[in-house]
Design a protein around this ligand. Structure first.
Ligand code: PLP
Length: 374
């Protein structure tokens, strides 16, 4: 099986699986005061330190959650509850993942003014356009680092720095799900107050993620209860999933650059062979190489996806989350004309050049078999 759907989810690495199994054995509640409880707490502490170090953050700034959806919901609803009485505007981009777009829409229904900044005609975002949407009435700006459908890298650092200068009290949130452990960044340089992370996109299990909350930023929690995670995220910690997350980060952290170069080579090979064979590459050349949007003219996404699936190649049509629904994101990037014929190829460092060649071979076969009228 050739797996090219790593933006949807990744295969857990051996280190993560071993850490999960080990933590399942050391099953005590990390809040318990006996020595088994302490042992479980140490697993959580170790993972927290690992995630913090990878981000260039402090351990106390990392809160474990059930995934990036919870992290972003916590950030957005928390920011609104902390500041929404005095300020009414939320700024996001028009290409956010539903984990950001849906809470923003709910706030809009509750009376918030939500500004969705679009890219320019060239399919690119400009920091000054996004910053210009932030005014004195804005409580939060939330934008993603890497788009999950095209790999486009948004100018987060430049935008946050412009906004911080003019509006220092606006909370800055970044969905870093498709960037974490894939493209190098550190929280200080990025300038974010809050960052959402997801475990299952980086070879950790599903159901675990984190919210980075810069020291000094105060928002209320989403979940109330036993006061775990310093009262910010109640609920008994999922020690095995946290351990798996930590183990995956520990493994990947030293090789971010190396893997980026390797995956860049796969993307370049795919792009070159696509253009040799007349297939379009919709992603921009400076996008993250981990996500490549391609189209075969005259072939609908679902048809192509199932053709490839029958030949043991897994890709996705747009994003996995937009199952059955047409995503508006490709249209926002100016790709409306090809959006019905787009498939997303998303890599990890386990993929190989031979797999890329096999994909190209099968795309060519698909075109010959299915595109009778050209
Ligand atoms: N943000 C982006 C950019 C994503 O790609 C995803 C997952 O597809 C999410 C957020 C949601 O992450 P999770 O599945 O951990 O809730």
């Amino acid at each position: 099986m050739i797996y090219f759907d790593n933006a949807a989810t990744t295969k857990p690495c051996a280190e993560a699986v071993a850490a999960v199994n080990d933590a399942l054995e050391r099953f005590a509640n990390p809040s318990s005061l006996h020595k088994l409880g302490l042992e479980a707490e140490l697993i959580v502490t170790d993972a927290r330190e690992t995630v913090a170090e990878a981000l260039g953050a402090k351990a106390e700034e990392i809160y474990f959650t059930s995934g990036a959806t919870e992290s972003s919901n916590t950030a957005i609803f928390g920011a609104f509850r902390a500041h929404g009485k005095r300020k009414n505007r939320l700024v996001i981009t028009s290409v956010e993942h539903p984990a950001t777009a849906a809470p923003a829409q709910l706030l809009e229904e509750l009376g918030c003014e939500v500004i969705r900044v679009s890219p320019r005609e060239d399919g690119r975002f400009y920091a000054e356009d996004i910053a210009a949407a932030v005014d004195d009435n804005t409580f939060m700006l939330s934008m993603m680092l890497v788009n999950n459908e095209t790999g486009y890298i948004l100018p987060v650092q430049e935008t946050f720095s412009l906004v911080k200068r003019k509006h220092p009290y606006v909370l800055l949130h970044c969905d870093c799900v498709q960037g974490f452990m894939k493209i190098p960044f550190k929280v200080k340089k990025l300038g974010a107050d809050m960052i959402s992370l997801s475990g299952h996109k980086i070879h950790a299990p599903k159901g675990i993620g984190a919210l980075y909350l810069r020291k000094g930023v105060h928002i209320p929690p989403l979940l109330y209860g036993g006061g775990q995670e310093k009262g910010f995220r109640s609920g008994t910690e999922s020690v095995p999933l946290i351990a798996g997350f930590g183990a995956a980060v520990k493994k990947l952290s030293p090789t971010v650059k190396e893997r980026l170069d390797y995956v860049g080579g796969l993307r370049d090979r795919l792009a070159r062979k696509c253009s040799e064979n007349g297939f379009s590459v919709n992603s921009l050349p400076d996008a993250s190489p981990y996500v490549v949007s391609i189209s075969v003219k005259g072939l609908r996404s679902e048809v192509l996806l199932h053709y490839l699936e029958k030949r043991d190649i897994c890709v996705s049509s747009g994003s996995a989350c937009s199952k059955g629904k047409k995503s508006s994101v490709l249209g926002e990037f100016g790709l409306d004309a090809v959006s019905d014929s787009t498939v997303r190829v998303s890599f990890c460092a386990d993929n190989t050049a031979d797999e890329v060649d096999e994909l190209i071979k099968q795309l060519t076969n698909a075109e010959n078999d299915l595109c009778k009228v050209k």
